[in-house]
Design a binder for this molecule. Structure first.
Ligand SMILES: Cc1cc2nc3c(=O)[nH]c(=O)nc-3n(C[C@H](O)[C@H](O)[C@H](O)COP(=O)(O)OP(=O)(O)OC[C@H]3O[C@@H](n4cnc5c(N)ncnc54)[C@H](O)[C@@H]3O)c2cc1C
Length: 460
């Protein structure tokens, strides 16, 4: 193994493979689900071990190159130009310890890998709406999951992280690590986002959930213009076992889309009830909103991807977010008109109900921002080349959509913020003190910016 100061033509022998432009698999490694970002690295390390990640980082640091990792490719904000891309999709091991109710998850495992390994033991991770996103990148951003109001952010359940820092050293960081920078890194990586190191493995708690009552109620907005406010009032009454969200979108009128949704402006109410005894809350919501399609049923949590039923086709998109202390009914009632068929560019307005365990402080402090938020709002648009909309057109609409909610806005939530965000928005995801602390740590552990942050924090 070389160290950061040595230079060699290529990284040393790898368990995985080194891919150069033109090699089989190179292009596929450079593009993920988010098609607005296409990496153009000089080299791809298709990693199969933590040693491969060390070799890639050491090589990049030694040559003054940037290095970035990828799993599902749902969330990158910038293309890597030159440098080394570490493709973690071959590093997907999951070891479940049923007695301790924990899992050790490799840095490239998706939530589906974890769901499949945990479910035979009657256990579940605090995964989110899409089983295809990487468990590690999701958790680095906090992790707003389907069981979140019952158990909190995924980041609150991390016990240890194994990381390769920019100096090429593999470290195990925990709350009780001997070195102060490692304890600080443990704090930062739970909610502070990607940057400064590459996580090769993560150990986290699982919860005892094998089945949930979940799915979506699809409501035609033309039949219930105040559907969002009805959902809001319902969220004020439900217990912490009920986690829900809404996506509002106009479905295209094309074959492949369920007939009852085609061409309609729909509010998709996404529901996950962690305990069977609380399923009657779904019946109450059914009485409040006239659903044209209803997929809510008792299902194995391992199939929880069917709850939101998100598109699995890669596309180009950008979005903005707002963590809200409350949902203003007046702003909510006006929302369907702003994002509906008459919107200048297509968009999907999303709301997630937070509170419950999301709002409770974890045993060990973390960098998760705005715990007090009651709702998360996001607005997302497909952009070129997937649609004709430009980034600027999408950004203008997103600003208009979020403006009425400004009085209740605490700041952004970066996991759902797709595309490069304004520096002020990135900082707004944290308190000024937390943003400064994250920035200080990154400058300390990665002074050469070898592993750039996905959402770079500007100084105050
Ligand atoms: C359809 C969809 C549904 C989603 N649902 C949810 C949800 O329910 N809850 C939620 O909280 N979030 C959700 N997200 C956001 C998602 O968690 C983040 O975008 C996450 O980063 C995507 O994971 P990925 O595997 O695609 O990461 P990638 O896009 O591959 O990587 C994202 C960033 O993390 C870095 N990175 C990747 N792996 C590592 C690693 N091992 N160590 C260090 N850095 C790394 C990359 O370099 C990049 O900067 C969703 C996103 C989409 C598109």
């Amino acid at each position: 193994m070389t160290n950061a100061t040595e230079s060699s033509a290529e990284p040393p022998a790898l368990d995985g493979a080194l891919l150069l432009p033109g090699d089989d698999g190179f292009d596929a490694a450079c593009t993920g689900y988010q098609r607005a970002v296409s990496h153009r690295p000089g080299r791809v390390v298709a990693a199969r071990s933590a040693g491969d990640v060390r070799a890639a980082v050491t090589y990049a640091a030694g040559h003054g190159l940037a290095v970035s990792a990828r799993v599902g490719g749902h969330g990158p904000t910038t293309s890597l130009d030159g440098g080394v891309l570490v493709d973690l999709r071959g590093l997907t091991g999951v070891d479940v310890d049923p007695a301790r109710r924990t899992a050790r998850i490799d840095g490239g495992a998706t939530w589906q890998h974890v769901l499949d390994a945990a479910s035979p033991h009657g256990l579940a991770p605090l995964s989110g709406s899409s089983p295809h996103v990487g468990a590690v990148p999701y958790t680095l951003g906090g992790g707003i999951g389907l069981l979140g109001r019952r158990y909190g952010y995924a980041a609150d359940h991390v016990r240890a992280l194994e990381v390769v820092t920019a100096d090429g050293v593999l470290r195990r960081v925990t709350a009780s690590a001997k070195d102060e920078p490692e304890r600080e890194l443990f704090w930062a990586l739970r909610g502070g986002g990607a940057g400064g190191c590459i996580v090769t493995a993560m150990e986290l708690d699982l919860v005892e959930v094998s089945e949930v009552h979940g799915g979506s109620l699809y409501v035609d907005v033309a039949e219930a213009g105040d559907v969002l406010d009805r959902w809001r009032r319902w969220t004020e009454e439900v217990p912490d076992t009920v986690t829900s969200g809404v996506a509002m979108l106009v479905f295209p009128d094309v074959p492949g889309v369920p007939e009852e949704l085609r061409g309609r402006h729909i509010a998709q109410l996404q529901l996950c009830v962690a305990e069977a005894g609380d399923a009657d809350h779904v019946d109450r919501l059914r009485e409040l909103v006239p659903a044209v399609r209803d997929t809510v049923r008792t299902r194995a949590f391992a199939e929880s991807g069917a709850i939101f039923d998100e598109p699995d086709r890669p596309h180009a998109y950008r979005s903005r977010t707002a963590m809200l202390r409350a949902l203003d009914p007046g702003a909510l009632v006006r929302l369907p008109a702003t994002v509906g068929p008459a919107a200048p560019v297509m968009c999907v307005a999303g709301l997630r109900h937070l509170g419950g365990a999301f709002a409770r402080s974890p045993r060990v402090a973390s960098a998760v921002g705005h715990r007090e938020a009651a709702y998360l709002m996001s607005v997302l648009s497909p952009v070129a080349p997937t649609s004709e909309a430009t980034d600027e057109e999408a950004a203008t609409l997103h600003a208009d959509v979020l403006a009425p909610f400004a009085p209740d806005t605490l700041g952004a939530h970066l996991s759902f913020a797709f595309g490069r965000q304004a520096g002020a928005d990135v900082r707004s995801a944290f308190t000024p003190a937390t943003a400064d602390r994250l920035l200080r740590l990154r400058q300390r552990i990665d002074p050469g910016d070898t592993i750039p942050a996905n959402h770079p924090l500007p100084p105050r």
